[in-house]
Write a protein that binds this ligand. Structure first.
Ligand SMILES: [Zn+2]
Length: 295
């Protein structure tokens, strides 16, 4: 992104678990952004970062969604859909060890891939997303089960859900304690939260260094490890499991990531990608999945 025009929207951040006192150590420098580590608890976060107001403006832009979430346009959106549904079905199998299907909410639901997978398992699935554009897309399939907004402001009833999931969402949240409190309010006693989020202590993160795919700036503002995610959850939630996360992806997608191909290619490369997209595999993606029960 064009950082020269956004530098006036930068702010410093402090560790939400320890405050500013312990100070931080620079982990990676992506001028003008820095990924830092809290000297007390080891939480990895972005500071300086864009202000929340500036990032919400970015997310509300249709162009952001089409390129970042849906891929390089509608063809790729259809291309990635089956693999996301397989990925979410696998995560629902993990969750299924702890509860029977009930009423579920996906925070940051995007076009509704998790909802599709959850409905097929027998859940009554609902979705919430801050993007006007993607809410319109998801409503075509799920109607008024899709709400527009953020969890801290939307008026779900207390104890309404058996399950709240946030897949690749928690790393975007600027005020994680307030966000978790808002989630806790709407989950039934004994209900579950399940999250997948990039793990800075993962093998993939360690071997990739500053080229780790999950250093997605300016959007990813917190990087939770098994240790720090347990710490932020343990007051109100009983942590049931923390595992390495993976995802199904086409070989074409993995190839694009490996060679950092972001634009729509032409010629031979396009033919190669079309061929590779016929094949999918499940691989560790350097994230963690945590499942916890409301105390
Ligand atoms: Zn800390």
């Amino acid at each position: 992104m064009n950082t020269s025009r956004t530098h006036i929207h930068l702010e410093m951040a402090a560790c939400p678990l320890c405050g500013p006192e312990p100070g931080t150590t620079i982990r990676e420098n992506f001028d003008p952004f820095r990924v830092v580590t809290c000297n007390n608890c080891g939480l990895v976060f972005l500071s300086p970062r864009l202000t929340e107001k500036a990032i919400l403006k970015l997310y509300s832009d249709e162009k952001y969604y089409v390129s970042e979430v849906a891929g390089q346009g509608y063809d790729e959106y259809l291309e990635v859909r089956p693999n996301w549904i397989r990925t979410f079905t696998r995560r629902l199998d993990q969750i299924g060890k702890y509860q029977k299907p009930g009423k579920a909410l996906d925070i940051g639901c995007g076009p509704g891939f998790f909802l599709e997978a959850a409905q097929a398992k027998g859940y009554e699935a609902h979705g919430l997303d801050p993007s006007d554009y993607i809410v319109k897309v998801a409503r075509e399939k799920f109607g008024d089960r899709i709400r527009h907004g953020v969890i801290e402001k939307v008026d779900y009833a207390a104890d309404e859900f058996d399950l709240v999931v946030a897949m690749d969402t928690f790393e975007h949240i600027y005020h994680p304690l307030k966000w978790l409190e808002a989630v806790r309010r709407i989950v039934k006693p004994g209900g579950l939260i399940a999250m997948t989020t990039p793990n800075p202590a993962s093998f993939l993160s360690k071997i990739s260094g500053r080229n780790w795919v999950s250093y997605k700036l300016p959007e990813h503002v917190f990087y939770w490890s098994p240790f720090t995610i347990r710490r932020v959850l343990e007051k109100d939630w009983e942590v049931l499991e923390i595992n390495r996360a993976g995802q199904y992806a086409t070989l074409g997608f993995l190839f694009r990531r490996l060679f950092r191909i972001n634009s729509a290619p032409g010629g031979l490369l396009k033919s190669l990608l079309t061929f590779l997209n016929k094949f999918s595999l499940y691989s560790d993606n350097g994230s963690l999945t945590v499942i916890a029960r409301k105390k």
